[in-house]
Structure formats: C-alpha cells, structure tokens
Design a protein around this ligand. Structure first.
Ligand code: KG4
Ligand code: ZN
Length: 356
C-alpha cells in the first residue's frame, strides 16, 4: 500500500510517499527556520502563510523523488493535530481536496502517533529497520510535548507521565534564548555543550517523587538567575517600524567571562538526566522489551547515548531527519491506522489540542 503523507502542523512544510508503513520512497521537508529566526521563535501567522505557498510544490517534489504519480497511491494521509490551527488547516484542506479529486481514502493522523511510527521507517538506501517489538515504552520529546507512553500493541497507548509545564524541546529553545544561542535551541545547546563541562555551575533537576511526570520550567528560571550577574545593559539597536508587525528577538548581551559552554552543558545534562531516569525506570517497571525515542529532542546525541547506557533492553531512535517534523512519519502511521479501518470524511477538521 502506497500512501502520500502531508504534514504542516508547525513550521515545516512536508510531503512524503511511504510504502507499507515501513519504506520511505521520498520525504521532502521545507524548513521555515529562515523565516522565524529573527523573531526568536515561531510566528504562527507567518508559518501558515508560508505553508500556503510551499505545500503544492512540496507535494510535486515528493512524487517526483519517489518516482510515482497520483494514480500509484492508495490513500492520502494528513496530520489532523495537535499543532498550530492555521498551519494544520493548510495541510488538511490540501489533503481533502486531493483525496476528493483522486478518489482516494483520506487518513487522519495524530502528529504524536506519527513521531512514534518514525521508528518503523527505513530510509532509501539504508539497511532495513526491523519493526519494534511490543510491549514497549516510548518517550515522545518534541517542541510541544513530553510524554512517556506504554504501548502494548499498534494504537494501544497508555500515558505513564507527561510534562506539567514546558516540553523538553521548549526547555531547550527557552534555554538557548536565555543564553543568546539562537533558534531552534536544541541543536544550538547541543553544539555549545561540546565545548563545555556539566557540573561546574549546578542547575536543579525536578524529580517529582516517584511519578513519571516531568517539569522543566524551574530549570529555565534557575538558568535565568544564574546568567543575570553577567548581563550587560543594551540600547535597542532596532527602530520599530510600522511595517514590522511582529517584535524581533534581540539577543541578550553578556560580559565576555560568562561560561556559556559550561552552562549549556549543565542545562542539557539536567534535561537529559531526568528524561533518562524516568524512562529507564518505566522500562523496568513495565518489563518493556524495547524503548523508543520519538520527536525532535530524540535527535539529541547525549539523550540517545545516556538512555542506551541506562536500560538493558534495546533502545531505538529514528535517524535525525525522521526525529524532527516530517511527512514520512505521517504516511507511516497512516498505514497502521488504515489496517484498523481508520479513515476520515471530507468534514475532517483541525484538532489543535488532540491528545494521543
Ligand atoms: O518534533 P519537532 O520537530 O516539532 C514539534 O513537534 O514540536 O521538535 C522540535 C524541537 C525543538 O524544540 C528543537 O529545539 C528540538 O526539537 N530539537 C532538539 C535537537 N534537535 C531538535 N533538542 C535537543 N537536541 C537536538 N539535537
Ligand atoms: Zn513534531
């Protein structure tokens, strides 16, 4: 079964063609980072407008790279939520139109489910990925979510824990903002950490007792307090313009002796340590035969290494390109949904707050 997947839930416009939920034939991702960088975060209105202009050429390219055309596909899959409403709307409208015109089934996919099913995918030219084995524990760590899930079979999700405030990716992004390292924060903090050492400037970990829940907002506040002493007053260099509808991000200015790399390393360590301890404990408690990582933060090298060291069962994570938002994971998850009879009508609507 060949499925065209469409993903526009946040700031990546993506289209992909995937066979049988496992084989990626193409996966085109148009990042909007250049557009949002100057604002220090994603501006939802700009994101949805960019999706409108990019989505059709992205789908064309996905077909071209896969070497197939509309008549070769068996279904159209699209992210229905969670995500930014205006962004989701673009993908959903395009998917509905194509499914209608081409007379193909329309499959609605939960974005988080997509992240999980990225672990079933094999990229072109890469060694075959064996399907994960149940029961498994999956840590979903993205810009908007931090959820620890027990999966006993396809589509069978039990929520063990989640973040009570910021998501892990959000914590990386906010930390990078505080340190003046740019956007997106995860890769920036990982890079800066390579030159530093954790432990020199200790930051707190929120363990929250025996629960599987997470909390990262206190960590960000502690970082803010630590850097305050190095902060230099700045005169805004940018004049406000009436043609500039969104405030631009002005990075903080610190004295030259601020230990940016050591702070980045400690900040990353604090996030990773808590994620790893709770995931490893859940894997033991529920006798998981496998642990999966999913979502943008799953691209983090320290998290991958530490988790692999901490658990005795196999730890699996997608290649970095399938960790961050992409449409291959949507087309992949759609295959397993379709096996269970999940399809949508043309009244499919955006579900900005959709739970797993
Ligand atoms: O899954 P994703 O692409 O979008 C959402 O669904 O939110 O995740 C984006 C998040 C961002 O917060 C970004 O900073 C984080 O993933 N991220 C990383 C790394 N690469 C991306 N965080 C830590 N280390 C990385 N290497
Ligand atoms: Zn995502």
């Amino acid at each position: 079964m060949i499925i065209l997947g469409i993903e526009t839930s946040c700031d990546e416009t993506s289209a992909a063609v995937v066979r049988d939920g496992r084989w990626v034939l193409s996966n085109v991702i148009r990042s909007q980072v250049d557009l949002h960088k100057r604002y220090g975060g994603i501006v939802p209105e700009l994101a949805s407008r960019r999706h409108v202009t990019t989505i059709i050429p992205t789908i064309d390219l996905a077909f071209e790279e896969a070497g197939v055309g509309p008549s070769d596909i068996d279904a159209v899959a699209v992210t229905e939520g969670p995500g930014l409403a205006g962004s989701l709307l673009v993908g959903i409208n395009v998917a509905k139109t194509l499914a209608y015109v081409w007379e193909k089934p329309l499959i609605p996919v939960n974005h988080l489910e997509g992240h999980i099913y990225a672990n079933w995918l094999t990229l072109p030219g890469q060694p075959e990925v064996e399907p994960p084995v149940f029961p498994l524990v999956c840590l979903i760590v993205s810009g908007g979510h931090t959820e620890l899930i027990l999966m006993r079979g396809h589509g069978d999700y039990a929520l063990l824990g989640r973040t009570l405030d910021d998501a892990a990716g959000e914590a990386f992004d906010k930390g990078a903002r505080v340190l003046g390292l740019g956007f997106p924060g995860g890769p920036a903090i990982q890079r800066a950490s390579e030159q530093g050492r954790a432990g020199r400037y200790p930051l707190p970990r929120a363990w929250l007792g025996d629960s599987y829940d997470f909390s990262f907002s206190g960590l960000k506040t502690a970082l803010l307090r630590t850097v305050e002493q190095y902060r230099r007053p700045v005169q805004s260099s940018r004049r406000s313009s009436s043609r500039q509808p969104f405030p631009e991000y002005e990075p903080p200015v610190y004295s030259a002796n601020m230990p940016v790399a050591d702070l980045a390393a400690e900040y990353q360590e604090a996030i990773v340590e808590v994620l790893v301890e709770k995931t490893a404990r859940a894997a033991r408690d529920f006798r998981a035969s496998m642990v999966l990582l999913a979502g943008g933060v799953a691209a983090n090298a320290l998290l991958r290494r530490r988790l692999t060291e901490a658990v005795s069962v196999p730890v699996r994570y997608p290649p970095p390109i399938l960790c961050t938002d992409n449409a291959a994971m949507i087309a992949g998850a759609a295959y397993f949904l379709y096996q269970r009879g999940v399809t949508a009508g043309l009244d499919l609507d955006v579900q900005a707050q959709l739970p797993l």
